[in-house]
Design a protein around this ligand. Structure first.
Ligand SMILES: [Zn+2]
Length: 323
């Protein structure tokens, strides 16, 4: 039985490292910016950052970085052999085997990789908001949207290990262009990136006159300005937050129709705004989902660990696979 493992969550913007105990306690935390370099998918630049985080965290607890079990959560299509096949929000590392690269940099053979949102789902199922739930979807709102699907008590992997790419479910035919190469993907309307995009669009179209005047120009209004102003009940900001809630509910309605999942757990970097967005999504979901009168109530819950659940789940993956 492993007592402590290291979880590394590589996001599109930043990378989080956590030392985690078997009971879910976090013993140490460190951050770095995620590198975006043109290195032809070798994984070397990312692995270098992960190695630095590992050494930093291990030194705080007097742990040997060659021996600790390490889990890596990565944002994209993960093959079962640990290779990151395709990563729209980390394009420079598409095709890389970051785990193997990190293993050779640290001389450590206990390194395991998984999709970041699958890690978050496993974490919430083990320690957090999804404990005891057999059917739920983890929705991580970060730079994009990640998904981890639990059905009948098991994480759904799919044929190639790619299941759960819910952020690239098309919710608007021929809609906003996405980094994956498609158009109208869900994450262009709901994630941190989606919030920025909808904010810009609303500002340019004249739907955020107060914020545009405050910031001194339509292109200067940020998503954070909208969530802050919505907290202070500025009507134009509340309207935009409710619009994002509608888009969130639309994707959830599609997933509920396909999976009959009873619960959605919402995490990721944007989950700090979940107290604003989730009530709006809840209001719209009944209208959008097929046969809502016949279904038991679908619950929308914020994740218990917010932006930490990916790294905590990566540590859990390492504990499970290394034992
Ligand atoms: Zn897409």
């Amino acid at each position: 039985m492993i007592d402590v493992a290291l979880g590394l969550d590589v996001g599109g913007t930043k990378t989080l490292g956590l030392l985690v105990a078997r009971d879910g306690r976090v013993l140490g935390e460190a951050h770095r910016a995620t590198p975006h370099v043109h290195c032809e998918g070798s994984g070397a630049a990312t692995a270098q950052v992960l190695a630095a985080l590992t050494r930093e965290l291990c030194s705080t607890q007097d742990i040997d970085p060659q021996k600790i079990a390490i889990g890596i959560g990565l944002p994209g299509l993960m093959r079962s052999d640990g290779r990151l096949a395709f990563a729209p929000n980390l394009r420079s590392e598409s095709g890389a085997d970051i785990g193997t690269e990190l293993g050779s940099q640290l001389m450590n053979a206990s390194i395991f990789s998984d999709n970041d949102a699958n890690c978050a789902a496993l974490c919430e199922h083990e320690w957090g908001a999804a404990r005891g739930l057999d059917d739920f979807v983890m929705v991580t709102l970060g730079t994009g949207i990640g998904g981890g699907i639990f059905a009948d008590g098991r994480l759904v992997r799919g044929r190639s290990g790619f299941a759960g790419e819910i952020g690239h479910m098309v919710v608007q035919a021929r809609g906003a262009p996405c980094l994956c190469g498609g158009f109208g993907c869900w994450e262009r309307y709901v994630s941190g990136g989606g919030l920025q995009r909808l904010t810009r669009e609303a500002a340019v179209e004249g739907r955020l006159p107060t914020l545009v005047a405050q910031r001194g120009g339509a292109t200067l209004v940020r998503g954070e300005d909208v969530t802050e102003a919505a907290r202070e009940n500025l009507a134009e900001a509340v309207a935009l937050v409710r619009e994002i809630g509608w888009w969130l509910a639309l994707g959830m309605a599609n997933l509920a129709a396909i999976l009959d999942c009873g619960h959605f757990v919402v995490g990721g970097g944007l989950s700090a705004a979940s107290d604003l967005v989730l009530p709006a999504a809840r209001d719209y979901l009944d209208d959008l989902v097929e046969g809502s009168v016949a279904r038991p109530v679908i619950t929308l819950t914020p994740s218990m660990f917010g932006p930490r659940s990916g790294a905590m789940g990566a540590a859990l993956v390492a504990m499970e696979r290394a034992k």
